[in-house]
Design a protein around this ligand. Sequence first.
Ligand code: ADP
Ligand code: MG
Length: 175
Amino acid sequence: MPYNPRVVILALNSRLSALDFFMERTLILLKPDCVERRLVGRMISRFEDKGLNIIAMKMIRVTPELAREHYAEHVKKAWYPALEGFITGAPVVAAVVEGLEAIRVVREMLGATSGLAAAPGTIRGDFSSSRQMNLVHGSDGPEAAKREIALYFRDDELCGYQPTVTQWLRASDEG
Ligand code: ADP
Ligand code: MG
């Protein structure tokens, strides 16, 4: 197919289209321990402070069926029944977070699975001393993000938008 010079010029001119390539969406869950400990606001603030965009959010009670779908990779593990009891034991807040490399960035903000092993400065490192009660879930890769977002939200519940503060979060020559 012959290349279309107009498309090339458009792509070169549009900073947004270059950034779109690195723009990702990921699912976070503020788990029952987070809700019960009244840490929802502080956790959401950390993602907002980082410059990530919250484009969907709701409080729900995870059912055992949803828990088994969400944690399909862990269902056969000896500790799965305890995890299911925990995640269905009180409401959670599910949210979709959007941003540059958001999947990796959120995972790094969470820290290691066990709060005891997680580095200080991470969410789990700062707020958790538990392997199970580690406050916040984040999708661990692009496939998981796509699958998990679809488990919790319909397409028409995702409210993507361009925040006016964007120009103050990254310099225009950063690509
Ligand atoms: P992560 O959430 O860091 O991706 P995993 O995918 O290994 O961690 O586990 C999913 C969730 O299951 C953890 O976040 C934690 O809440 C719980 N969990 C992990 N390991 C254990 C365990 N050994 N015993 C009980 N719960 C666990
Ligand atoms: Mg995991």
